[in-house]
Design a protein. Structure first.
Length: 517
């Protein structure tokens, strides 16, 4: 069996169970909110238009944007509750994902319910009143049962939407079938991408068919069909709980965060493997943005991750001076402990710096060796960057130092960024110094004579829960200072290379062996 397929199968129980629980929770909440609102809207025409209008507007917001919008809201609420009550609302993971998906599920349920109630023959409601039923009795005994098949059709539509949109919850820290897709896109593992898409589609089909059985059971008043549908739904939900129940026993679960590129996947797996061998239970939560990862660590949503000194210096400390590599690390260590109770265990031994690179033949033709040379030609060139670079303080510092102004500015998934440079879609890209694809695509790194960019030493951060845990420190100390730039470049290239591509988990095992020997 193909190793990529084996890896995907091994991850399926956790990813699928998390996806099912998230989707079902959102659908149940969305239905519970939408049904009462629909009844009120059907009875009060003045409320009907605004209510349907608001839910329609929510539906137009891209799913990923809606999920992301809940993060800063919950983060602000978390800060308030922590100061006021001593505990914080989780701003990452399940809560923002389920809230966003709940809103996403409401429109079809609300619209179908309102439509079904309004289209009931007035003669039927008059007959109900004629036999002495109150409005409440008429609603629950006559109108809602008649409207039930149409209502369930709305729930079916909401279910398909939610199961699909739930794959986008990965960047806000919620494990789902989207982990296959985001990771697969990043490392160009199309087996993972296809596996995630097919698994999500099959889950949506299964839930849709079970709800279709509910609708037909209601339409023909068949208790057998309703029982079969109810049993099927209970089996799906019950099976999804098994991995969580199994994981709840034994050692507490340590969560290792990772950003959305290959090096982070490898390092997170490396840390998880070492903790597993030390007797801990460790899981990874990947594809986090820089700020989200840091605030997740401070808020105890994750327990550790690898960050970079220049990123922390600029993004979190909001510092723009350059005190030198060691002075920066020392000041970061003090600030992290004082402000966030985060331990900086140390630098891993290599630097993954933001650099700017061009195809070597293109740079030679334009006589560009440095960022200073680039400034003279930038007006006629296109630049590509990852999703973060153009909003980061490092970019503003480079623009200010060299007066860069490009003709076109584009953003790419990090993996596609290097191909864009190699294929000539852009002339310059923001790259990473430890990336093996720089050599693969024959790119030239442009020097930074004005030192506009800070150092980016890879550092291991451990959050408040385990910052002072001696067993954790013992298991991870061998990583400090022992991963050279050459070694990390080799590890990254194993994941990136077009032929004989290896998974991040396999490369993590290889990297650990290099450290031992």
């Amino acid at each position: 069996m193909d190793s990529n397929f084996q890896e995907a199968l091994a991850l399926l129980p956790d990813y699928l169970s998390q996806h099912v629980l998230l989707s079902v929770a959102a659908i149940v909440l969305g239905t519970a909110i939408s049904l009462p609102l629909a009844v009120v809207a059907a009875q009060r025409p003045r409320l009907r238009g605004p209510l349907l209008g608001v839910t329609s507007v929510v539906q137009t917001i891209p799913g990923l944007a809606l999920l992301a919008l809940f993060y800063p809201l919950l983060l602000a609420l978390s800060v308030f509750t922590r100061h006021a009550f001593g505990w914080g609302v989780p701003a990452l993971g399940f809560l923002p994902a389920v809230l966003a998906l709940t809103l996403y599920s409401m429109l079809p349920v609300l619209r179908n319910t309102v439509t079904a109630l309004l289209e009931i023959d007035p003669a039927i409601t008059m007959a109900a009143k004629g036999v002495g039923m109150t409005e409440r009795q008429s609603l629950f005994l006559v109108e809602l049962p008649l409207a039930a098949p149409v209502i369930v059709a709305g729930i079916r539509t909401a279910t398909v939407w939610v199961v699909g949109t739930a794959t986008l919850s990965t960047p806000v820290g919620q494990t789902s079938l989207g982990n296959y897709i985001f990771t697969g896109l990043q490392i160009e593992n199309w087996v993972l991408v296809l596996f995630g898409c097919v698994a999500a589609a099959l889950l949506a089909l299964v839930l849709d068919q079970l709800l279709a059985l509910v609708a037909s059971g209601l339409a023909v008043r068949s208790r057998t069909r309703l029982a079969l549908a109810g049993g099927g739904l209970l089996i799906v939900i019950g099976a999804s709980l098994i991995p969580s129940v199994i994981a709840s026993g034994g050692q507490p679960n340590l969560v290792i965060g990772a950003k959305n590129f290959d090096e982070q996947y490898v390092l997170a797996d490396l840390i998880a493997d070492r903790l597993d061998h030390a007797g801990f239970r460790a899981t990874t939560r990947s594809d986090l943005g820089s700020n989200i990862a840091f605030h997740a660590l401070a808020g105890k949503s994750i327990d550790m991750y690898v960050d970079y000194s220049g990123t922390l210096w600029a993004n979190e400390m909001h510092r723009h001076d350059m005190p030198g590599r060691q002075a920066m690390l020392d000041q970061l260590r003090v600030w992290l402990a004082r402000e966030h109770h985060i331990a900086l265990y140390g630098a891993l031994g290599f630097e993954n710096a933001y650099v700017f690179a061009m195809r070597a033949d293109r740079a030679k033709a334009l006589h560009i060796e440095s960022l200073a040379d680039l400034a003279a030609s930038a007006g006629s060139l296109n630049i590509g960057g990852d999703f973060e670079i153009f909003s980061r303080p490092e970019w503003r510092a480079v623009v200010k130092a060299y007066g860069l102004a490009f003709a076109v500015q584009r953003q790419y998934q990090p993996d596609f960024l290097y191909r864009a440079a190699a294929d000539g879609d852009v002339d310059v890209i923001s790259a990473f110094s430890s990336d093996g694809r720089i050599a693969l695509y024959n790119l030239k790194i442009l020097s930074d004579p004005k030192s506009a960019l800070p150092p980016y030493d890879a550092v291991l951060l451990v959050g408040p829960r385990y910052a002072d845990d001696p067993a954790v420190r013992r298991s991870l100390t061998p990583l400090i200072g022992n991963i050279s730039l050459e070694l990390m470049q080799k590890a990254n290239f194993m994941v990136d290379r077009p032929a004989d591509k290896r998974s991040p988990s396999d490369v993590a095992v290889w990297l650990d062996r290099q450290l031992v020997h």
